[in-house]
Design a protein around this ligand. Sequence first.
Ligand code: ADP
Ligand code: ZN
Length: 756
Amino acid sequence: MTSELGRLVEVALPVPLFQTFTYALDPAAESIPVAGSRVVVPFRNRKEIGVCLGPTDGVGLKQKAKRVIEVPDAAPALSESMLSLCRWIADYYIVPFGMVLRTALPAALTGSEQPRPVRKTHRIVRLREDLPTLIHRDKAFGRAPQQRAVFELLESLGGTSTLDHLLGGLAFSPSVLKALEKRGLVTVDSKEIDRDPFALRETKAGKPHLPTSAQAAAIANLSAAGPGEVFLLHGITGSGKTLVYIELLREIVDERGQTAIVLVPEIALTPQTVDRFRAVFGDRIAVLHSALSDGERYDAWLALKRGDKKIAVGARSAIFAPLEKLGAIIVDEEHESSYKQGDTPRYHAREVAIMRAQLEGATVVLGSATPSLESWTNALASKYRLLTLPERVGGGRLPRVEVIDLRLRAVKLADTSTGPGTGYSSVIRDELDVALASTLMRGEQSILLLNRRGYSAFVQCNDCGNVVVCPNCSITLTVHRAPERLLCHYCSHQEPLQSTCARCGGVTPRHRGMGTQQVERLLAERFPSARIARMDVDTTSGKWAHAEILDRVGSGDVDILLGTQMIAKGLDFPNVTLVGVIDADVGINLPDFRASERCFQLLSQVAGRAGRGPKGGSVLIQTRVPSHHAVRCALAHDYKTFVRDELAGRLKPPYPPNLRLANIVFSGTDDRATAALATAGADWLRDLLTHAGGEVTLIGPAPAPIERIKTRWRWHVLLKSPNSLELTRVGRYFMERFPVPAALRVTLDRDPVALL
Ligand code: ADP
Ligand code: ZN
């Protein structure tokens, strides 16, 4: 054994176990791999790629250590500070270290198959003809609804799609495509190679702007920052935050020879923002977007690691860009929930950014028009420094925002023969209809937001807008059948379903969400000559579909853009003069403690899309709760009042940022076994808390608000604590020791952004 001492290494493997592993080096190998190097090792009869954490003495080793098979790279894949960052993520988010390391490296370096995947070839279907209006379409497709469906789908995908996607993913028959091809409406080209659309996008350099005095002050503060300092840049929509980022990057990269990371919520949704960075920094930027193949992503990773590229721009995983001499990290739209990863490790890129900046002495800028309550609270507590851009650039005004009260005329509508809530005039009320018509007539553009579809039914009074909430948890109760009742998805509180409103005695029909597709149809019938584009998960499954739809809006080929919340992000189209919100209440009444915050952010963001040009603009919000603080404050563009009211509302019962949360989700394909495991887990935790809990409290178990995802039933319990360390301790103890049967799964989500 002594001869092997000093020849043993500790290795982290991407397996769901809270431990690291000991392996022996080949006695012939001359040196021990540096911590952060990849190693190929045998693990349960297969090869795994792990990361070496350094030498170990093997004390407590029960059996002879297996041999490392290979040390493939000359240099470590992860720097020392990146290892420390990953260690922090593993500890804080309570996940196995090896799983974090795998997330931090490009897939090409962690896959056990080929080191470099080859690029794919595809067959591409393209539209050839344009049928701009409903009349054209009805003529062309009179008796061929399938052909029409494919045609419109292609259109909504921006004009192209892969054949695989149409035939496989969407299950259209090849004969439909053949017919379209024969009629000359589409072409099919084979062997198209996956290209990087960003590399092909042209960037218009545009004339550089002189910073306004507010921008100049922000820039001056940022360039004088101390190492690890965090700034919250609160700038209203259209206040020119991007210019501030760009000037800081110029200083960091050009003057100081350092590097930087820019995080955006989703590359595909923000092509305009990315284009602006590319226009200034050209090929010194690596854009890490989802359309890159593993090989291309690896190329970008290498270019950043070698220092050939100085700036990484990307969604949350770009926080792991292997840059040295990091000077700044920018988190644009820092309030966006897409910064939180939905799978293990469930890290929040904003928090990781702050930790990374601390480790590497970089400056952090968190930018938003509607900062998260967490960041705002930190700014108030002077943990972050607050910078403000209070006005729109060039004296532009924020658009006028008005509400349309859906409660009015509700009774009259219920009398109509088609049934309530289904006809055009009940979906789009008169005021919004008139505004749409006149915007069309002026040749200007409109954006219509249809909030996330209600996946769960709640009851809302038609007369007063009242919604029943849980007396313990202050969240919306959800309607359940068999037996029919109202249920709280946090604490399992139940009450009978009443047919009349407890507040005003009015009727309380169940709220049904209407889909974007139905609304599109109603709009097309009302405005047959309008060019309507729809943007939702169905129309944007193609990787570049977002950018293509947005480009069409930008070039004036779309009159009305209808979409879900994905249309609310940083779009800057001067010809958009009308924004309509079809039903603000769907978002407000989700059974989630952040529902109001997210609704306020969404309304503010989408309102910010209107009136960006000299023509000005207006915003119309349809709602049954015009006096709700999310609606009221969005109307007045009053962020501070919203935050004050919302923070007060999260005191009793307390919710973040007034304390810390961890959501433990139990899932399985068997409903009863899942419920039983959740109950057992809650009992186990309660027992633990009575002995060692101190400041941690438990709520639940209850069915999760989204009760079933991909055939798996879901239950959850919530851990709450004002003490972050204690929450870590309890969570870790549970995740490491609570026994879970093979068919079931338990996950822990620290600082969850949604409890759905
Ligand atoms: P935000 O991200 O804060 O909503 P943007 O960065 O998109 O705002 O800027 C809004 C618009 O103002 C953009 O069209 C941008 O080019 C323009 N702009 C920004 N700063 C200036 C400036 N100093 N002078 C003139 N125009 C500017
Ligand atoms: Zn409750």
